[in-house]
Design a protein around this ligand. Sequence first.
Ligand code: GLY
Length: 362
Amino acid sequence: MGEKARERAGGKAGTPAEAPTRREFLVGVSAAPVLACAASSEISGGSMPRRPVAIASANGLRATAKAIELVRSGHDPLDAAIAGVNIVEGDPNDISVGYGGLPNEDGVVELDAAVMHGPTHRCGAVAALRGIKYPSKVAKLVMERTDHVLLVGEGAQRFAVAHGFPIENLLTERARKIWLHWKETRSAIDDWLPPPPKEVDPEVRRFFGERVTGTIHCSVLDTKGDLAAVTTTSGLAFKIPGRVGDSPIIGAGLYVDNDIGAAGSTGRGEANLANCSCAMIVEWMGRGMHPMEACLEMLRRVAKHTKEKRLLRPDGRPNFQLVFYAVNKNGEYGAASMWKGRKFAVHDGSSNRLEDCAYLFE
Ligand code: GLY
C-alpha cells in the first residue's frame, strides 16, 4: 500500500474540517461504551499475508466462519463473503433473509441484495426479486455479466433464470402463518377474521411485538488486504409490493473502497437510504476515524436528520433500530446500533464470536 493509501486507511490520516475530530467525537458519544475493538493484522505491509477479518450482523456467525475459511484457502474475498451469506439465505429459520424470509403484504417473498468487490471497484445488485433463493449470487452475476449495477423485479428474475437459477416457492409454512396472522389482525374493517386467540400458534404470536427488518451484511478483509462486501435481505416484513430497502443500494446498504475499508447496514432501510450511510462511513474511515466511531457518527447524523413525528419517541429520539458494521484496510473493525442491545459477528483471524455493538441510545 502506498503512503497516501496508508494514511487514508486510518493510521495517521489528518482530520477534515467538516468531520468531527476524534476528541470531539468521543466527547459527543461518551454515553456509548467503547465495546468493539480492533483486530490487529499479523503482519502489515509488503506481500506477506495479513490476518483476515470478516464482520457481519448477529445472524452471520456461520457466514464469518465460512468467509474466513475460504479466504484462508485463497478464495476471492467477495466469493468468500457470498458463500458465507448463502448459508443464511438458504436457511428457512431466518425469517429476514432469502428462503423463509417474511413476505410482502400480498404474501409474496421479495428479496434485495447487493455485492461490491474492492479490488475492481465493481458492484451489482438485485431488488424486489421473486422466487430465486440466493439473490446475492444473482447480484454478483449482474456485476460480472452485465453492463448494469441494479436489476429489479421481473427483469431481475428473468436474468436469474437465463443464468440457470430455478424459480422456487420461497414462502415457508412458518412465514405463511405469520403473514396470515398479520393479514387477519390488521384491521377491523375488512373481511378477514382472526382465529380465537387461544388457537394462535405461540410461534406466530412471538413475531408481533415489533416490525421485522432483519437482513444479513458481511464484509471481508482477506489475507492480501483486499476487501469485499455483501448485503442480502427479504426486507421489511409485509412491505408494499415493490418496496426496495437500503440493502441493494450501493452506498447505502454497503460500500467498499479497497484503499480504505468496507461498511454495511441492517435495520430500518428508509433511514439509511435518506443518508447514504455506508458511503459516508467509508469516507470517514478514510479520513482517520476508527470504524466503530464512524458507525456511531453516522447514527448521530441519522438521528439528527429524523424529523417526522411518527418516527420519533416522545423524548425526540428515533423510534427505530439501525445498525452499521465496518472494517478498515488495517483490520480494525467495529459496529454500532441506534439502540442498545445489538450484537455483531466477527472473525478476526483468531476466533469467531459475537460482540456487543456500541450504541447511541440506551
Ligand atoms: N435494511 C433492510 C431493509 O430495510 O430492507
